[in-house]
Design a protein around this ligand. Structure first.
Ligand code: SIN
Length: 478
């Protein structure tokens, strides 16, 4: 499959004619080629976005919303095709890919409506001869740098609000997963989005990112990816004082109190831990279970984990697909070996799964490690794989302290049936997202984002829309 980039409403290749290979993570087969673009193509994309800006931002929110709703409808109409494309390039089970397309469309659909509610204010003045007004205006040309783990939703979570607010955008999708982005571009044109409002540039991350931060027309960049890269982008953003939002790494604690509904907690742990084979920024990394119920929790969780089928994402009944690449596999193996070497007990899994010839060696068995400690890699780094480390705790104070003892602050989860504890712990956890008796908190109308080294800015909800507006104060003498 040969694909092209979207610049100014035209489908184009790289100036150099060079291409990057897109591989199926389950088999390592090359399934498509995408343009290997750099700074020059990015400059043209930014300039197309700048040209499209006045026309798009002057449309009414209702008119913009109609285009966006047509895009969301087209995504749902083509859900099966888009899901299969996603599984091909990213590896996740088809059921999850279908879910991601619906999730991705929901950001476009929700923003289409919310764009109509970007209210300004009239503020009481202290002078009889003056009036004070605030206007919410589009930021301008924006750019999105998106990851491979959610190839559609991490684009639409940025694109939907940007377009709904009247901004235009240049998207640089992850090198591993350009196909979902390109398919979204095709549907956006079909939905009637004017040329230049949504541009897609694939290829050399350094050259494309460099141009995004160098070009003065780009007024805001939204990035989802690692904390390491986020720190580099912060430095690059200082050149033009480009506005940023960063959704970076996480290291989510998952706490089960002695009064929890254990079945719900096990179901929640499975859902958050094994979604996308553990390759999400908000999946549980450290599971703390009260000493009084730990043995029973471990028994039930390992029983449920043994039933998770590992295999290629397009095979029937598969719940855990391949890891994205060989480096990811090496990291998972290193984390498990390190934990075992430091005394953790492997309750289940703890080994790669060999699917035989024709398949890449990137499948890892759902693994439950009992007795993790602070020194282990699993306690400090994102494993980004199907590994669930568990340890016990005695008191609420102790577990909140352990949960907060991390440079990351994206998502945290806990299970309890005590309403007072629920509020107390939700307030005490130093995280941007808290799932209280809920392991799947992500949704279009809620603000997603972290604190500490997990980044800043919010995506989704009213707060996510505001990221794409600037407040202008008009002082009006009458
Ligand atoms: C992420 O892993 O960053 C996204 C997860 C989500 O949207 O639920």
């Amino acid at each position: 499959m040969q694909t092209r980039n979207l610049i100014g409403g035209e489908w184009v290749g790289a100036d150099s004619g060079r291409e990057i290979q897109v591989r199926n993570p389950a088999t390592d087969e090359v399934v498509a080629m995408a343009p290997d673009c750099g700074a020059e193509e990015t400059r043209r994309a930014i300039e197309s976005a700048a040209q499209a800006l006045p026309g798009w931002s002057r449309q009414t929110a209702g008119d913009r919303g109609r285009v966006l709703r047509r895009l969301a409808d087209a995504m749902l109409r083509d859900q099966e095709r888009l899901a299969r494309l996603m599984t091909l390039e990213q590896g996740k089970p088809l059921g999850e890919a279908r879910g991601e397309i619906a999730y991705a469309a929901s950001f476009i659909d929700w923003a289409a409506e919310e764009g109509k509610r970007l209210y300004g204010e009239v503020v009481p003045s202290s002078s009889p001869g003056k009036r004070i007004l605030t206007l919410r205006q589009p930021v301008g040309v924006t750019a999105a740098i998106t990851p491979w783990n959610f190839p559609a939703a991490m684009i639409t979570r940025k694109l939907g609000p940007a377009l709904a607010c009247g901004c235009t955008m240049v998207v640089k999708p992850a090198e591993q997963t350009p196909l979902s982005a390109i398919a979204l571009g095709e549907l956006a044109l079909e939905a009637g989005l004017p040329a230049g409002c949504f541009n897609i540039v694939t290829g050399d991350a350094k050259a494309i990112g460099g141009e995004i931060f160098r070009h003065p027309a780009v007024r805001k960049v939204s990035f989802t990816g690692s904390t390491e890269v986020g720190k580099i982008l912060m430095k690059m953003a200082s050149e033009n004082v480009t506005r940023l939002s960063l959704e970076l790494g996480g290291h989510a604690p998952f706490i089960v109190f002695e009064d929890a509904d254990l079945d719900a907690a096990v179901e929640g742990a499975l859902a958050t831990k094994f979604r996308n084979a553990g390759q999400t920024c908000i999946c549980a990394n450290r599971i703390y279970v009260h000493a009084g119920v730990k043995e029973e929790f471990v028994r039930r969780l390992s029983g449920a984990m043994e039933g998770l089928k590992v295999g290629p994402g397009d095979a029937e009944g598969v719940r855990v697909g391949p890891l994205i690449d060989d480096d990811a596999m090496r990291k998972v193996r290193a984390h498990v070996e390190d934990a075992q070497g430091r005394g953790a007990r492997v309750v289940c899994g703890g080994r790669p799964v060999d699917l035989g010839s024709g398949f890449a060696k990137r499948f890892y068995a759902p693994t439950l490690l009992d007795g993790f400690t602070d020194e282990m890699l699993v306690s400090r780094e994102e494993t980004f794989g199907p590994v669930a480390p568990v340890r016990s705790f005695e008191t609420e104070e102790e577990v909140v302290r352990m949960a907060n003892d991390s440079p990351f602050g994206l998502a945290a989860y806990f299970y309890t049936r005590d309403a007072s504890r629920l509020m107390r712990v939700a307030e005490a956890l130093d995280y941007g997202i808290v799932g209280a008796n809920d392991a799947l908190p992500s949704t279009a109308q809620a603000p997603f984002g972290g604190v500490k080294q997990s980044g800043f800015g919010r995506e989704g909800g009213r707060q996510g829309m505001q990221e794409y507006t600037t407040v202008k104060y008009v002082s009006w003498g009458i």
